[in-house]
Design a protein around this ligand. Sequence first.
Ligand SMILES: [Zn+2]
Length: 661
Amino acid sequence: MTYSASAFLKKSVCFAAALIFLLSGIVPSAGAEEKFAIYPPLPSGYSSIKVFDREGRFVGRIMPAEKYWVSIDRIPRFLQNALVAVEDARFYEHGGIDIRGIARALMRDVVKGKMAEGGSTITQQLVKNRYLSGAKTLDRKIKEAELAIEYERKYTKKQILEMYFNEIDFGNGARGIAQAARLYFDKNPEELTDGECALLAGVPKAPSRYNPLGKPAKVTARRDVVLQRMVELKMITRRQQKKLRAHPPTVMQPGKDPYCLAHIRGILVDKYGPQVIEQGGLDVITAMDLNIQKLAERTLSEGVKRISPGLQGALLCLDANTGDVLAAVGGVDFDKNSYDRAFTARRQPGSAIKPLIYAAALEKGITPGSIWNDAPVAYNRGNNEVWKPQNYEKERFGDLTLRRALAYSNNVVAVKLLDTIGVPYFIDFAKPLGLSLNPRSGLSLALGTDEVTLKELVSAYTPFANGGRRIEPRLITRIYDRNRHTWTENPPSAAPVLSPADAFVTTQMLKDVMVYGTAKSLRKFSREFPSAGKTGTTEDYRDAWFVGYTPQLVTGVWVGYDKPQPGGRSFTGGAVSAPIWGRFMRSVLAGRQAVDFPKPDTVVSCTIDPATGFLAAPDCPVKQNEFFIAGTQPTEYCPKHGGVAFKPMSAVPPQPVQNPQ
Ligand SMILES: [Zn+2]
C-alpha cells in the first residue's frame, strides 16, 4: 500500500498527537522489583562440547540448546554502553519513547512517503520483540509506544536493559547474550573483551545483515560504526577506538561438518541424556579424518549436482579393520535440508543386498563355478498372486556361472539362489551382519526390497573386506572431561561372522563387477587398486547404490530423491553411484600402496570350464581359474570336452550344484 504524501502527513500528525497524549500521563518509574527473568539463570560451568578429528583437528562445537538468563551485572559495562550508543543514545533520558528520535524519523518517513523503521528505543524494541510482530502499521507503532511507556513505569533502566540483552536476537539462532557469547566467542558474557562487545552490540539492529559469521570486511565495518558512535558520545577516547580497531576479535566459525556434529550430538544424547549437552565442557575425539571428510563432501556434492539439482546423496567410508568412520556425508546441502541419509534414512538396497545371499550360498556348499539358468520362473505368493522376477533390462543369458550372474546382477538367478538356500536360512545368516530382514518379504529379499540405512549396508560389507569380521561403525573414539581426563573410551568392536574362505571367495566374485559387470567403468581403478563391490538399483530407478571396498576401506554411496521418484532409465548404481565412489576412492588412496586381499589356506583354486562348471579338460575351449572354499571344488573333468571322470576316494558331495528347477 502506498500513501500520497498528504495522506501520510495526516497519519503522521495523528501518530504524534497520540504520542503526546500518552506522554502526558507519565509518572516517574517506581523501580518495581518484580521477577522478570523468563529463563533459568546461566549456570557457572556452562560451555560447549568441542569435537576433533582423529588427528586432533578441530571439527566443530555442539552447543547447549537451552536458553539461560544472565543478570545485568554479568553483562560487561562496555557492552551496555556500546549497545546504548548504537541503538538508543538517549536511553537513560527518555521515558520509553524518544520524541526527538521520532520527530526525525517522521520527517524521513514523510519525505519517503512510507512508514520506515526509525526512532525505536531499546524499550520499544524490547516490547516489540516480546509482544508484537507483523507489518509496520500505524496501529502497531502506537501499541508499541504504549507498551514501552508502561514498561518504563514498571521497570528500572537496568532491568529493561537486562531483559533486552537476554531476549534479543543476535543472529544464527542465538537468542540473548548468553547464547550469543557462547556461539560467537565460546565464552560466558562476563568474559567478553571490549572488542568482542563492540562487535556484538552492532548485531541486534539487523541480525542477518550484520551477521558476525558473515564476510569479515562487513563485520569489521559494523563494529567500526559502533566504536565511532561511542567516541561521539564520549564513552571511549579516540585512542581506545584506535586500539580496538587494531585488534579485531576472532569469531568462532561454525562446524566444518554439520551432519557429523548433528549425529555425534544424537549419540551423546542417546547415551548420556540431554543434560550432557547442557553441561558441556567435553572434548569429543572422533574417528573421522577431516581431509577424507572434505574429499567425500566435495566428490559427492559435485557428482550429485552434475546429474540433477534436486537430487540427494550420501557417502559413508569406514576403515575396514577398525570400523572407524573416516567420512560420513549425510546429504549435499545441510543448510537446506539437514536430514541424515548416511545414518538415518532407510531405503531399499536393491541388488546391493545380493553379495550377502551369495555369501550365504557359499557357506552352504554352492560354488562360484556352478551353472545356473535365468529362464523365467513364477512363484505363487498366495491369494492367487503370481510373482515373476525380471532382470533389469529384461535380457536373458540362459546358462551362466554364479560368478557371472553376480557380476551382471542377474535378478532371476538371485531369486533362484535364495529359493535354494531358503529365506529363513538367509535371514539367520544376515542377522549377525547387522541386518534384520522381514521374513514376510519372502523371495523378494533377493532383490533388496527390505529397507536399510547406508550405515547398515556398509557395515554388512566389512566382513568381505577384512576376512570375515563384522565391524561396528565407530564415530566417537574417546571423550575427555573438562580436566582432560579420559571420560569414556570406545574401542573397536568386531565379531567373526563369515569364514575367511567365504569372505575371500565372495570378494573374488565381486571383483568381476568392476571388470566386466554392472560397474565396469571402475575397471581401471580396480586394476590399480585390488577392489570389489556391488551396484544396487531399485525398481523404477529410484535408488542408485554402490558399495565397494579394498582391504583397507569400505565405502558406500547412495544417490536418490528424498521423496522417492524414478530417476530415469540411466539412473543406475553403475552409472550414477559407482563413478562417485571411484573418484572418491581414487583421491583417498592416491599415493598409497595397493594391497590385495590375502588368500586364506582354506581356499583352493582350480581351472574350470565356465560353460560346464567342471574341471577344465585339455579340449575345453574356455578355461578359467576359479576359487573355492576348500572341499567344495569340482572333482570331475569336463565330460562335454572329453574329460576323463576322476572320482576321488573321499566323500566329496557331487559338484557342481545344478540349478534346481
Ligand atoms: Zn569343457
